[in-house]
Ligand binder design. Structure first.
Ligand code: ZN
Ligand code: ZN
Ligand code: FE
Length: 753
């Protein structure tokens, strides 16, 4: 057969992830000669052999690529054959101009795990074992290029043995920047609350002993500290809740292995794969009833957040007497997670009894990610460790944009060409620490991806800290309506460009008219939108403060519909309703909102559900769970009021039907089933009407309310049956954690015009 030579230019996440050694062994395995080398355009591979061999290489390239790599494109050109006799890796002369995509941090791989528990191995029980396929990446990078001197591993010169592995293309630690062993690498130690070292030959076993007697441990991990307690010890869990200022919100668990997880929760095949994935997120899944874990881990919630150990240290902690730990971000309330030893000893002194510290610095705090199977797909609730900073790829190259996100669950986005880099979860921009973290993350991402934004996009809300910060920069600005950003985000991750109908069901978002929106039907694309329909604006007595008291919202909705002639509602009997009614009558401090999240709060509270919430969306979550995953057999229609350009979805007759049901003694289970079905029917009929009017058949669903499984699943089914094509979020959160993606796309379109 004729000898052919081809040059492949491969782009994507292909550096620092074991890509060249993979190419090397693949080419040798197939019997091809040639070379592989890095260039500023990507990894180049020259291959020489017969056509069968070359074709085999291309198919195996995609099928067998290393776990951390992502191939975005392969350009192939035919070139003249040469007289190579073998395949070689050509060392890079300078990698300064190489445009590298940095890998997220990933869970310990099986090979390293095997070595970790192999007594004769030099890294036996070494808490920092890693290789080219696993370990820290994003959290330890200080600058580019991604090389050891620019990471927090710079303090640990490689020993001879590690150096040999690092340099050997045949070794699975070839160019593994965080490579380390007990001889040369980082180590762990234990201290008390004051930072006094507790001498022990085995600090990890000592930690387990302390956990077993009910102590709270602050444990330094990959992207920050966790607070850990024995999950079977209700007293320890209660103490942890008290210390952390978190009285009801569910706490995440880390379990030894899949088998342990299955004693606690029901898992689908998809959920099993997700738990064991290299991202190793916290998975929210349905808990079993008879478990031995403490009842105060997720009170009143039928879901548990579970993750598997993802660092060698976690595996060591869970390999002995303990198989289930509470592992929650080490912070007080909603402050950012702690990352630094001294910072931890100061900030967590009142929270933890002991500290398990190590000396590999964390440069960028990164919380655990949270995902959930909703309507048959795994969807991020919080996209952070394991996912960030892997870019979202857009269809077209665009100008560089900085999107500063919203206020709650803040995530920032920076774009370059066809890539949108979304930051890890920054959190609620409500305290100084979070705001510092926000600014630091923007600077960090700009530096490591070499991005100079031409435009900053911010939310229209004038009071958001992110908006205020954006306005202080010396870069052109664009304010974007909150729900328009939700719509654009869902379009972007589904590669949609033509106008769509957006069903945006959300908590709070600043509208173009200065009122609070949140139950919106928009028609548009990234260049603009029309508000076609929305829920009737309802009063929020007491403003944002009412969000903590769903019964007040319920009362506000009732008052709007029934006026002073309020019906008897058992759930309102125990509340001091007179001051609220006066507030509503006088129309004092009762801003109007079309929010779907608030509608859920109102209905939940009036039906006897949660009256006061202790974490975000608690009333809505419990109300949904009350339905037992079933829709009602009957529903009520919301009525519409048509004005010139938009429809108002009136709440009136649904409130009447609700009151009737409550007074007839229907339980919350049946009311929840009826209410969900009523929303689904209403949303479908509005969608069909808008589709007829505009000719558009593609719909996007976005906004925090679509974390409601019953709603998203039922609505998708109903819309599909009506012949409409439905797109949802699976790459970025449907909540405000996804806003920055939409903001970037809107900004790019704005600059193109
Ligand atoms: Zn490994
Ligand atoms: Zn070493
Ligand atoms: Fe939102």
């Amino acid at each position: 057969m004729t000898m052919l030579r081809r040059r492949l230019t491969i782009n994507g996440i292909v550096q620092g992830v074991g890509f060249r050694p993979f190419i090397y062994s693949l080419a040798r395995d197939i019997g091809l000669v040639g070379s592989v080398y890095n260039t500023s355009d990507g990894v180049k591979v020259e291959l020489q052999g017969n056509i069968t061999q070359l074709d085999q290489f291309e198919s195996r390239l995609h099928a067998e690529a290393p776990p951390l790599s992502t191939i975005i494109s392969v350009d192939i050109e035919d070139i003249t054959a040469q007289d190579d006799s073998e395949f070689t890796i050509v060392a890079s002369h300078d990698n300064t101009s190489v445009s590298t995509l940095i890998s997220p941090d990933v869970a310990l791989c099986d090979d390293c795990k095997a070595e970790l528990f192999e007594e004769k191995n030099s890294r036996y029980k070494y808490p920092f074992i890693n290789c080219t396929n696993c370990g820290p990446r994003y959290t330890i990078i200080e600058n580019i290029p991604y090389d050891r001197p620019f990471t927090s591993m710079k303090h640990f010169p490689l020993c001879k043995a590690c150096h040999t592995e690092y340099q050997d293309p045949g070794d699975r630690r070839f160019h593994a920047q965080p490579n380390a062993c007990p001889e040369c690498g980082p180590h762990v130690w234990l201290t008390d609350q004051k930072g006094e070292r507790i001498e022990s030959t085995d600090p990890v076993s000592k930690t387990v002993e302390l956990l077993l007697v009910g102590k709270i441990l602050a444990i330094k991990g990959l992207g920050g500290f966790h607070l850990a307690v024995d999950a079977c010890n209700a007293d320890a869990v209660a103490q942890l809740r008290l210390a952390k200022g978190r009285d009801a919100k569910p706490l995440a668990l880390m379990v030894r292995d899949l088998a342990t997880a299955q004693t606690l929760v029901y898992l689908s095949q998809l959920e099993i794969e997700t738990l064991g994935s290299i991202q190793a997120p916290i998975l929210l899944c349905t808990s079993k009833l008879d478990t031995n874990i403490a009842p105060n881990i997720a009170p009143g919630n039928d879901r548990l957040g579970i993750m598997l150990p993802y660092t060698p240290l976690h595996h060591l902690l869970l390999s002995g007497k303990l198989d289930t730990l509470v592992m929650t971000s080490a912070n007080f309330s909603e402050e950012p997670i702690c990352i630094d030893n001294d910072e931890a000893l100061t900030r967590l002194a009142d929270l933890a009894d002991f500290f398990l510290l190590h000396n590999r610095d964390i440069y960028l705090r990164t919380d655990d990610s949270v995902v959930m199977e909703l309507s048959g797909e795994i969807r991020p609730i919080r996209r952070s460790r394991g996912y960030a900073p892997r870019p979202i790829f857009t269809r077209r190259k665009g100008p560089s944009i900085l999107a500063v996100g919203g206020e709650l669950k803040n995530v920032v986005g920076l774009s370059k060409d066809e890539k949108v880099f979304l930051s890890q979860h920054i959190g609620d921009l409500e305290n100084l620490e979070a705001f510092e973290f926000f600014k630091m993350t923007i600077a960090h991402i700009q530096r490591i991806f070499e991005i100079e934004p031409e435009l900053i996009v911010h939310d229209l809300h004038p009071e958001y800290l992110s908006t205020k910060w954006a306005k202080d920069q010396n870069i052109p600005l664009l304010g974007v309506q909150h729900h328009h950003a939700h719509l654009a985000a869902c379009m972007a991750e589904n590669s949609l460009e033509e106008p769509v109908i957006g069903i945006i069901m959300d908590g709070t978002g600043y509208g173009t008219d200065g009122t609070i929106w949140g139950g919106e039907f928009l028609v548009g694309d990234p260049t603009g939108f029309e508000r076609k329909a929305h829920f009737e604006p309802m009063p929020l007595p007491g403003g944002e403060a009412a969000i903590r008291s769903p019964w007040r919202i319920g009362l506000g909705y009732l008052h709007q519909v029934f006026g002073t002639n309020l019906p008897d509602i058992p759930a309102l009997k125990d509340h001091d309703i007179q001051p609220i009614i006066q507030m509503l009558n006088a129309n004092i401090n009762s801003p109007l909102t079309s929010s779907c999240g608030r509608l859920f709060d109102a209905v939940a509270a009036l039906s006897g559900g949660r009256q006061e919430i202790r974490y975000e969306a608690q009333a809505a979550i419990e109300f949904m769970q009350a339905a037992g995953n079933r829709l009602g057999s009957d529903y009520s229609n919301f009525e519409f009021q048509q004005s010139e350009s938009e429809q108002t979805i009136s709440i009136t007759n649904v409130m009447h039907d609700l009151v009737q049901r409550i007074q007839a003694g229907k339980n919350i289970e049946s009311i929840s089933q009826w209410f969900h079905y009523s929303l689904i029917k209403t949303f479908t009929s509005i969608s069909l009407e808008l589709s007829r009017e505009t000719g558009i058949k593609q719909l996007v669903l976005s906004g925090g309310v679509f974390q409601n499984n019953l709603l998203i699943e039922g609505l998708q089914t109903e819309l599909n049956q009506a012949g409409l094509e439905v797109f949802t979020h699976a790459q970025v959160p449907t909540n405000d954690g996804g806003l920055a993606l939409g903001q970037v796309i809107i900004g790019q379109n704005y600059l193109r015009k």
